[in-house]
Write a protein that binds this ligand. Structure first.
Ligand SMILES: Nc1ncnc2c1ncn2[C@@H]1O[C@H](COP(=O)(O)OP(=O)(O)OP(=O)(O)O)[C@@H](O)[C@H]1O
Ligand SMILES: Cc1ncc(CO)c(N)n1
Length: 518
C-alpha cells in the first residue's frame, strides 16, 4: 500500500460536508461548478467559448458539453454541424456521473434530438440552477436552431429556473409579434413566466434609444416584485457578439454563489457594461466583435485602472446620497436647523478621529511624498475641526455626544489603521475625500445653477463645500489608492475594495444620521 493511500482525502471530505449542509436548490459555493451545454464558436466570442470565459470571470469552475460545432467568426456563421445526440448524452453523463454540478447554462441546441437528450438528462440529474438561453439565431442573423425544433424548445422551458430570451426570441416563444417597446416586452415577459413557471430575464439589447434596461420577471412570487427592472445605459459599440451567451453563463454562476436572481443581475450587469465598454481593446475581427470578459482583471494592472474599479463601487452610494432628505434639504435650503447643527457637531467629532487615522497612514506610507500628503491632510482635518467650532458651532446649541453612525464609521477606520496594511487603510480613508468632494461639487453647482439665491440659509456652507484645494487633495488620494491597488496582491486588493465599500456605506449613513438621530 502506498503511503498516499493511508492519508485521508481532505478535499473530498470537505466537499461532501459542504454538499450536505447546503440548502436544497441552493448551493452557495465559493467556486461553483458550472456546466455549459452549448455550441462551439471557434472565433471565441460566443457559444461555449464565451460561456467558459464568463464563468471564469465570475469565479466559477467551468465545464462544457458541446451540442454543435459551428464554423463562424465575427462576420457570420458559415456552417453548423450537429453530432449525434447520443454523443451529447455521453458527455453529459460523463460529467454528472463524476462531478456535482451546481449550475447549468443551456445555449445553442441545434435540433430536436439534442433537445430531447438535454431534457432527459435534466430530468435525471435535476441540477440546482438551470438557465436556458433560448438561442434561435446568431447576432449575424444565421439560424442556430432548426425551425422544426422550436416547439420542442418551448417544452424544455418549464425545466428552467431562469430563461434569458432577447426580444425576438421572447416573441417567438409566445407565438406573438415582437414587442414594439419596453412595456410591451415586460408584458410578454410576464406571459412567458406565467406559462413556464420560470423566472424570465427580459433583455433590452434590441430596443432603440439611449438606454439598455433589463428586467427579471416572475409571476409566482419568487422575486421582491413581479417585475424587477435594472436600468442601464446603452453603450455605443458594434461588439455585441456573444453578449447573450456571456450574460446567461454569468447569471448561472452568480446564482450558484448568491442564491438570489436579483443580487446576481445586480452583480452581473455592471460587469457586462464594462465588458462592452472595453471591447474595442481586443481588436478581434472585422464584424461584430466579442466583449472583453476579463476587463476587470487587466484593469487593475494599468495606471488609473484600479481607481476606475473603485469609482464603479461609488455609483450606487452616490445615488443614495443624492436621494437623502438631508442632502435635498441642504441643497434646497429647507433643511431643519436642528439637523444641520447635528451634522456639523458630528462632523467635528469625526474629523478628530479621521485625523488620527490619516496620521497612521502617514506613518505607514512607503514614500516621503505620500507620508507628507497624509500628514498634511491630518493637519488640515484638525484645522477644519477648529474652524467648525469657531465659526459654525459656537453660535448654535448642539448635542456634543458621539452619535452612533460617527462611532461606527470612526471604529471602522481605526480598525483599518490597526490592520497593518497601508493599502487597505488608504482604501478605507478614500471615500471621505472622494464622496465628500463629489457631493460638494454637485451641490455647489446646483446652487449656482439655481441662481445662487442670497436668502438661502445654507449658502455660505454650500460655497465653502466645493473647495478647490480639497478637490486637488482628493485627486492625489485617488492616485495613491490606485498605485497601492496595483502594487497589492489579489487578496489585499479584495480587502481594499471591501474596506472602501464599507466606508462608502458609512458616508451615506453619515449624511442620513441627522434625520434619524438629531
Ligand atoms: N449596447 C449595449 N449597451 C449596454 N448593454 C447592452 C448593449 N447591448 C446589449 N446589452 C446587454 O447585453 C445583454 C444581452 O442583451 P441582448 O438583448 O443583446 O441579448 P442577445 O440578443 O441574446 O445577445 P446576443 O448578441 O449574444 O445574441 C443584456 O443585459 C443587455 O441589456
Ligand atoms: C455557438 C453559438 N451559440 C450562440 C450564439 C449566439 O450568439 C452563437 N453566435 N454561436
Amino acid at each position: 500500500m502506498s503511503s498516499a493511500s493511508l492519508l485521508p482525502a481532505p478535499a473530498a471530505a470537505a466537499g461532501s460536508l459542504l454538499e450536505t449542509v447546503a440548502p436544497p436548490g441552493r448551493t452557495s459555493r465559493d467556486v461553483p461548478r458550472v456546466l455549459a451545454i452549448a455550441g462551439s464558436d471557434p472565433s471565441g466570442g460566443a457559444g461555449i467559448q464565451a460561456d467558459l470565459k464568463s464563468i471564469a470571470a465570475h469565479g466559477g469552475y467551468g465545464m462544457a458539453a458541446i451540442t454543435a460545432l459551428t464554423a463562424q467568426n465575427t462576420t457570420g456563421v458559415r456552417g453548423v454541424h450537429v453530432p449525434p445526440a447520443t454523443f451529447l448524452s455521453a458527455q453529459l453523463d460523463a460529467v454528472s456521473d463524476d462531478i456535482q454540478v451546481d449550475a447549468v447554462k443551456i445555449g445553442m441546441l441545434g435540433d430536436a434530438h439534442v433537445i430531447a437528450a438535454v431534457r432527459g438528462w435534466l430530468e435525471k440529474v435535476r441540477p440546482g440552477v438551470v438557465v436556458v438561453d433560448p438561442v434561435l439565431v446568431a447576432t449575424s442573423g444565421d439560424r442556430l436552431l432548426q425551425e422544426s425544433a422550436e416547439a420542442a424548445l418551448g417544452e424544455l422551458l418549464p425545466l428552467a429556473d431562469l430563461i434569458t430570451p432577447n426580444l425576438p426570441e421572447l416573441a417567438m416563444l409566445l407565438g406573438e409579434p415582437e414587442a414594439a417597446d419596453w412595456p410591451a416586452a415586460l408584458d410578454q415577459g410576464r406571459r412567458l413566466a406565467a406559462r413556464t413557471g420560470a423566472t424570465v430575464l427580459v433583455k433590452g439589447g434590441h430596443l432603440n434609444g439611449s438606454t439598455c434596461p433589463d428586467a427579471l420577471v416572475n409571476t409566482a412570487g419568487l422575486l421582491s416584485a413581479e417585475v424587477v427592472e435594472f436600468a442601464g445605459e446603452r453603450i455605443s459599440t458594434r461588439n455585441s457578439h456573444g453578449t447573450g451567451c456571456s450574460l446567461s453563463s454569468a447569471m448561472a454562476t452568480a446564482q450558484a454563489r448568491l442564491g438570489d436572481w436579483e443580487a446576481s443581475l445586480r452583480a452581473v450587469k455592471p460587469w457586462l457594461a464594462g465588458a462592452l465598454r472595453t471591447s474595442g481593446q481586443l481588436e478581434v475581427g472585422a464584424g461584430n466583435g466579442p466583449i472583453n470578459h476579463f476587463h476587470h482583471l487587466a484593469q487593475s494592472e494599468r495606471k488609473g485602472g484600479f481607481a476606475e474599479l473603485l469609482r464603479a463601487e461609488t455609483v450606487a452610494d452616490l445615488e443614495a446620497i443624492y436621494g437623502l432628505g438631508f442632502i435635498r434639504g441642504l441643497a434646497e435650503g429647507t433643511l431643519a436647523e436642528r439637523e444641520f447643527a447635528y451634522y456639523l457637531a458630528q462632523d467635528a467629532i469625526y474629523l478628530n478621529g479621521y485625523s488620527r487615522v490619516l496620521a497612521r497612514a502617514s506613518a505607514l506610507a512607503p514614500t516621503e511624498s505620500e507620508q507628507l500628503f497624509w500628514a498634511h491632510s491630518a493637519q488640515q482635518c484638525l484645522e477644519v475641526e477648529s474652524e467648525l467650532h469657531r465659526n459654525w458651532l459656537s453660535t448654535r446649541s448642539v448635542q456634543t455626544e458621539l452619535g452612533p453612525v460617527t462611532k461606527a464609521y470612526v471604529d471602522h477606520l481605526v480598525a483599518a489603521s490597526a490592520g497593518g496594511s497601508y493599502a487597505v487603510l488608504v482604501a478605507a480613508v478614500l471615500p471621505c475625500f472622494w464622496l465628500y468632494a463629489e457631493v460638494g461639487e454637485t451641490l455647489h453647482a446646483e446652487y449656482v445653477a439655481a441662481g445662487a439665491q442670497a436668502g438661502h440659509p445654507y449658502a455660505e456652507w454650500l460655497r465653502t463645500y466645493a473647495d478647490e484645494e480639497f478637490a486637488a487633495a482628493t485627486l492625489r488620494a485617488i492616485e495613491i489608492a490606485d498605485d497601492a491597488g496595483r502594487a497589492a496582491s489579489a487578496g489585499e486588493r479584495e480587502a481594499m475594495i471591501t474596506a472602501f465599500r464599507q466606508s462608502c456605506r458609512y458616508e451615506v449613513e453619515f449624511f442620513d444620521a441627522p434625520s434619524r438621530h438629531s
